[in-house]
Design a protein around this ligand. Sequence first.
Ligand SMILES: [Zn+2]
Ligand SMILES: [Zn+2]
Length: 256
Amino acid sequence: MRGWTLGSGSSGNAIVLESGAHRILIDCGFGPRAIAVRLRTLGIAPESIGALLLTHEHIDHAQGAERAQKKYRWPVYGSAGTLLALPEIEARWRRPITPGLPVAIDGFTIEAIAVPHDAASSFAYTVTATASGARVGVAHDLGAVPDELHGSFARCDALLIEANHDAEMLRNGPYAPALQERVRGGRGHLSNAQGAALAASVAHPGLRAVSLLHLSAVNNTPALAEQAVTAAVRRAGYAGPVRAAPRRDPTLAFSL
Ligand SMILES: [Zn+2]
Ligand SMILES: [Zn+2]
C-alpha cells in the first residue's frame, strides 16, 4: 500500500491511497483541473480513482468534489451531514457512512470515526488494504481527539495526523483573539503537541511512517511540527520517519 498527499493545509487538501490497481482519494480540496494535474504529476490517471472519501465539507477539502465527481463519476463517501452540504452530487453517487460500521469498497475497507470540528459532521478514517491487510489512519481538522480515535488508530501501519499550529506561535501571531480561539478550541485544529500526543499514544513497533497534515503557514513551521511529534513518538519507542506533508507539492507520504 502507498499513499501520497497532493497538498495539505488551508490552501487545499487531498490524499491518494493505493493498493495494487485500486486507488481512493480522501478529500478534493482542489478544482477538477488542479486535482487532475496533481494526480498526473504522480503518474496517476484521475479515471483510475475508485472512490472519493470526504472528511468534511470545508472548502479546502471539498471545493472540487462536486465538479470532479461529475467528471470522473466517483462514488462519494462521507457523513450524511457532509454529503448534505454538497447538493450537486446526484443521489446515485452518494454513499453516506456511519462511524463504527466498516464499509468494503473495491480494494479497501474503510471505517469512519466522528471527530469534533466546526463543520456539519466531520470524520477521520482508517483505510485497510484488502490484499495486504495494511492499515492507515487519516485525521485532520479536529479540535480534540475522541477516545474512539485512539482505539481505531492503535493498529495502523502508517499515520497521517494533523499538526496544525505551534501553540506559542498562535498566541504570539497575527490572528485576532476570536480566530485564535476558534483554531485552538475543541472544534478547531490540533496543535503540534496534541498531534504528538495522539501519535505517541498509538505508536507501536510495527508502525512504519508518520506524516503530519494541515500545517498552518502562519502559526507553524515544518521543523517545529516534526520536532514536537518526533520527540513524543521516540519516547513511545517508534524510530521511523516523521515528516510534515508539503503544503503544495504532491509527495509520497508512505510506502508499506
Ligand atoms: Zn482544513
Ligand atoms: Zn475544516
